[in-house]
Design a protein around this ligand. Structure first.
Ligand SMILES: Cc1ncc(COP(=O)(O)O)c(C=O)c1O
Length: 373
């Protein structure tokens, strides 16, 4: 029996080595550079690194320990399941590493997970505080207020604050979230900041405050308060593109040319025959498709980077493949292909299809191997 298990492991290692080239290279040096840069921009405020959704698709198990090594001691995830997963990383098994649940808790099970894994939930509703109290939560909570985004946040902060007092649960701080920080001149930014200050001052002026996400750290650092919460900037996408601050891209999404084929005038490419050659062309078939996270809407629009040059995608992107026009280039089977990373930024790709880098990163498929470099 033991022998079988061993063989299975050996076999799976072999299979892994030979597997399809679909790789997200995670540049740890760049991640740590971004962390340090943001720490400097944040001044006296400390950093809660947002690593929810598998560290924005980059791989929580690679990203979180690297941030810990760079000096970060506070991390934000979505819910108790993500929090428990993060706590299970060996270097995270220490109480002074704070894990905040930005979406708080949903039920009794979540409250128990908070106790068991020493998690710090955000609370927006009094029932969450009662559940935590009943479960014997001895950690703290963030109280999360709405200041004008009209997403998740307590509508009546005083009620939530009073409930925290009744249950005796310690308050870690007050938190709110900005709707328009990536548009520095948007009037809602100041309105939200001032509303947040008013709420906090009325409840407890000395309780720590946290308002800014990545774009906020760049656009309105005067509101950094005690804790800032960068997500996207850690991963190297400039959050305010016309105010770049020198962030470095962390993810390079790479496939490989599987075949180069010649097609002639009138031949079409891929499903739906949406591209037709008007001359003899060389097309490269690349080893990644929409199931890997290449948005299908890039079909006939997007570029890839191969051997120092950009090439255009042609025809519809398939589940496992993307076709590229490499006419007369000398591109060959085996060449590495970058979808986004060092040469084409995720922001550039996102702009082509009217989306944001967040959706590209979090859309990277589970079957893509994340490798730290
Ligand atoms: C409450 C909260 N804080 C911080 C962040 C990080 O935002 P960003 O990735 O824009 O820095 C998020 C992300 O959605 C969030 O929901």
């Amino acid at each position: 029996m033991e022998q079988d298990a061993f063989d299975l492991q050996a076999n799976s290692d072999k299979i892994h080595c030979m597997s399809r080239p679909a790789i997200a290279r995670i540049n740890i040096g760049h991640l740590q550079h971004n962390y340090r840069l943001l720490s400097n921009l944040a001044g006296h405020a400390s950093i809660m690194a947002i690593v929810k959704a598998n560290a924005y698709g980059h791989g929580q198990n690679l990203v979180a320990p690297a941030l810990l090594e760079a000096g970060c001691r506070s991390f934000g995830v979505t819910d108790a399941t993500e929090g428990a997963e993060l706590r299970s990383i060996p270097s995270f098994n220490q109480d002074h590493v704070e894990i905040t649940l930005l979406s708080g808790i949903f039920d009794e099970e979540d409250a128990k997970l908070c106790v068991q894994h020493h998690l710090t939930p955000a609370a927006t509703e009094p029932f969450q505080l009662s559940l935590l109290a009943k479960s014997g939560h001895r950690g703290k909570v963030w109280l999360k207020f709405d200041s004008g985004m009209n997403r998740l946040g307590a509508e009546t902060p005083s009620e939530l604050y009073a409930m925290a007092g009744e249950t005796g649960i310690d308050i870690r701080g007050f938190m709110s979230h900005l709707a328009c920080a990536d548009e520095p001149d948007h009037p809602l930014n100041r309105i939200q900041a001032e509303r947040f200050i008013t709420i906090c001052d009325q409840l407890s002026p000395n309780t720590p405050k946290s308002l800014l996400n990545s774009a906020g750290i760049i656009a309105m650092p005067q509101y950094a308060f005690d804790v800032v919460r960068p997500g996207i900037a850690l991963y190297g996408a400039e959050p305010v593109p016309d105010r770049p601050v020198g962030l470095k891209p962390v993810m390079s999404l790479n496939g490989e040319v599987m075949q180069v084929r010649q097609i002639h005038t009138g031949a079409s490419v891929s499903y739906g025959a949406t591209f037709t050659a008007d001359k003899t062309m060389d097309i490269a078939v690349v080893s990644m498709g929409y199931a890997d996270g290449i948005p299908r809407s890039l079909s006939n629009i997007g570029d890839v980077h191969i051997r120092g040059q950009k090439y255009q995608m042609i025809g519809r992107i398939c589940m496992d493949y993307t076709m590229v026009d490499v006419t007369g280039s000398g591109v060959r089977a085996g060449d590495s292909v970058e979808f986004w990373g060092e040469h084409i930024s995720a922001n550039q790709v996102a702009a082509e299809i009217d989306t944001i880098s967040y959706t590209l990163f979090t859309g990277v498929g589970e079957r893509v191997r994340r490798i730290a470099v």
